[in-house]
Design a protein around this ligand. Structure first.
Ligand code: KG4
Ligand code: ZN
Length: 377
């Protein structure tokens, strides 16, 4: 079964053809990062306009790269929630129109589900790098963020099987979400932990701003951290019971630590601090922050595993799952191939395939709605 997956929930215009939920025949991602680096963040109206321009060329390239005509496509899958309203609209309106025009069944996929299903996709598409996929980063110096690894419960003697097995725990970490999900089986999601405030990716982005590192903050912090000492600055862990998270306090802790390091008062404007920091201080703050964020995620996962001893696999998903320090801290967990950690169409097609296997029915292309804030469960 060949599914065309379409993703436009934020600032990536993406389309992909995937066979039977696991084999990527094509994967085209046009990122708007260059546009938004200038502004330090996404401007929703600009994102929607850029999707409009890129959408059809991206879909046509995905079909051409997969050597598919419309006759070869069995279904269309599109992200309909959650995300930026204007961005979701462009993807879903395109998918609805194409479904009607080419008489294909249309499936609506939740963005976080699709991130989780990136873990079922096979790697090995060598052209991926040239198709706008993101680079993975080399190991951080000393890799001290790995200290928590041994603390996680085994029996995940590194992915024993090629694919994750159920029941499983999924750590979904992106720019908009930080959740731990319990999945008894395919397409079954129970939220067992979530953030009270900022998502961890958002925290990377905000800390990067304080340090004067470019948008998006995750990759630039990871890069700066390579030259930094993760133990130079001690940052407190938020006191949140159980499996929930809070990341806004960590951002403020970095802010206060930078002000203290520079001998400036807490009233000193955050946007000016970068002008006073040396590159070594930036690297040390990046490394110390990254280590703290990774430690917090690992600690919560460990609690989740203690509470769900039946879990047979741990999968990590979402943009922050590209983080190399986190990957090294969780050697027994499944991660998507780095190029598929961020937003892409292949994961939408994969999630759709497993939804169909679970009995999910197509939606009416004349009626499909978007839901910018709806939860996964
Ligand atoms: O999943 P995603 O591409 O978009 C959303 O659904 O939000 O996630 C984007 C987030 C951003 O906050 C970005 O800074 C973060 O993922 N990110 C990273 C890394 N690469 C991207 N965070 C930490 N380390 C990375 N290497
Ligand atoms: Zn995402």
């Amino acid at each position: 079964m060949k599914i065309l997956g379409i993703e436009t929930s934020c600032d990536e215009t993406a389309a992909s053809v995937v066979e039977d939920g696991v084999s990527i025949l094509s994967n085209v991602v046009v990122s708007q990062i260059d546009i938004f680096a200038e502004y330090g963040g996404v401007i929703p109206e600009v994102a929607a306009r850029s999707h409009l321009e890129a959408m059809m060329p991206v879909i046509n390239k995905a079909l051409a790269d997969a050597s598919c005509s419309w006759d070869d496509i069995d279904a269309i899958a599109v992200t309909h929630a959650p995300g930026l309203l204007g961005s979701l609209l462009i993807g879903t309106l395109t998918a609805r129109t194409l479904a009607i025009l080419h008489d294909k069944p249309l499936y609506a996929v939740h963005h976080l589900k699709s991130h989780v299903y990136a873990n079922w996709l096979n790697g090995g598409l060598s052209e991926m790098a040239s198709l706008g996929a993101r680079r993975s980063l080399p190991s951080p110096r000393g890799s001290r963020a790995t200290t928590r690894a041994a603390a996680l419960r085994t029996p995940f003697d590194k992915p024993s099987s090629d694919k994750p097995t159920f029941p499983l725990l999924a750590l979904v970490i992106s720019g908009g979400h930080t959740q731990i999900l319990y999945m008894p089986g395919h397409n079954q999601f129970e939220i067992i932990g979530t953030t009270y405030d900022d998502a961890v990716g958002e925290c990377f982005d905000k800390v990067a701003k304080i340090l004067g590192l470019p948008y998006p903050g995750g990759p630039s912090i990871a890069k700066a951290a390579l030259d930094g000492d993760p133990n130079r600055y001690h940052l407190p862990h938020p006191k949140v019971e159980g499996l929930d998270f809070s990341f806004s306090g960590l951002k403020t802790a970095v802010l206060r630590a930078v002000q203290k390091e520079l001998g400036l008062p807490i009233s000193h404007p955050s946007h000016d601090l970068k002008n006073h920091l040396s590159s070594q201080q930036v690297a040390d703050f990046a490394a110390s922050f990254q280590k703290t964020a990774v430690d917090i995620l690992c600690e919560k996962l460990k609690i989740a595993l203690d509470m769900h001893p039946d879990a047979k696999s741990v999968v990590v998903a979402g943009g922050v799952s590209a983080n190399q320090a986190l990957r090294e801290a969780l050697p027994e967990a499944y991660f998507p191939i780095p190029a598929l950690s961020g937003d892409n169409g292949a994961m939408v097609a994969a999630a759709c395939y497993f939804e169909i296997q679970s009995g999910v029915k197509p939606v009416d292309p004349y009626k499909l709605n978007i839901y910018p804030r709806i939860s996964i469960d």
